[in-house]
Design a protein around this ligand. Sequence first.
Ligand code: SAM
Ligand code: SF4
Length: 349
Amino acid sequence: MTCASPVSTLDQWTRPLGVLRLSLTARCNLACPYCCPDSADPPGTLTLDQQLRLIRVAARLGVRTLRLTGGEPLLSDRLMPLLAGVADGRCTPGDPLVGLRDVALTTNGVLLSEGRARALKNTGLDRITVSLDAVDGAVAATMAGLRGGRSAGDGLVQQVLAGLVAARAAGFDPAAGDLKLNAVIQRGVNDDQLIPLAELARSQRMELRLIEYMDVGNRNGWRMDQVLPAEVMVQRIAEHWPLRSLGRTPGGTSRRWRYHDEVSDVGVVASISEPFCGDCNRLRITADGQAFTCLFAAQGTDLTPAMGSDQELEHAIRSLWQKRSDRYSEERHCTADSLPRAEMAYLGG
Ligand code: SAM
Ligand code: SF4
């Protein structure tokens, strides 16, 4: 397959396909109660060849950003060979992978050792987002579902901080946006960590992305009163450090703010309070090849029967995207709460 003609694939609301979030595993080494990962991978996990073909076909259809996620992607022995294959394609003239502008990874940072961070950089990874929901050990333990209270949580925070140091040392530069921090904020559970997390991110000149707690899946017992609206998060931070708005880039998930002292940025992902379905450009593919066009969908589309040839796969993904009309977050208020939904760690966040 060559990249002779760039293709723009539009859905029913003329939203272009732009981002592929590929989940490498549904398993995780943490058990965050707001996420509730699976303890085993689904049967029929894609092979390396199938994953590479999916990425190549998606690039052919307009995907410019690849985000590798999970579950915890650093648990997957597929990660390094996959990155190597993508890197090869990106520098092979005529390969659709040349069109990929950005290859990113979302991780909880626990396994982000010095060696691993260096290997990721050397294998062509452009950006890492590390998730950490608290600086205080006791709160971190609660958010990560760790038994062992404060001391277990302190251990987790230290591991993740060491992971951030390793990533910087490997060349992921926070000031250039190559290294970011994600935090899910749950009202009454970790909202007292907003300022400590902002302090941590500022001290490393790193962008902090604050995510509203979302009603993904059926296991986490989500309730609206557990959501701290993004506006409140921004107000609380602005009381400590004044902010100016940078807005939200089309297709982006976060509305961004810059500290007046220019130290770094803060982003808020307001999927609940200010849904951004209108320009959603994300396709999610699970570790077993199910494609989801919405984070809140009950069921995906099995792409494995179309894996016979690149043409079949391209046809399957294109028609799936062209039929797409979902915009769940914008319609949340008029949708029954009890609908079955796929879980976050399976979908890839
Ligand atoms: N294990 C990796 C991690 O935690 O970064 C990657 C997968 S995780 C599913 C991807 C992102 O989804 C994380 O930043 C996590 O905090 C976020 N997430 C998980 N469940 C969520 C929920 N119910 N609401 C909002 N964000 C959630
Ligand atoms: Fe694991 Fe990430 Fe889910 Fe936490 S949010 S349980 S780290 S997959």
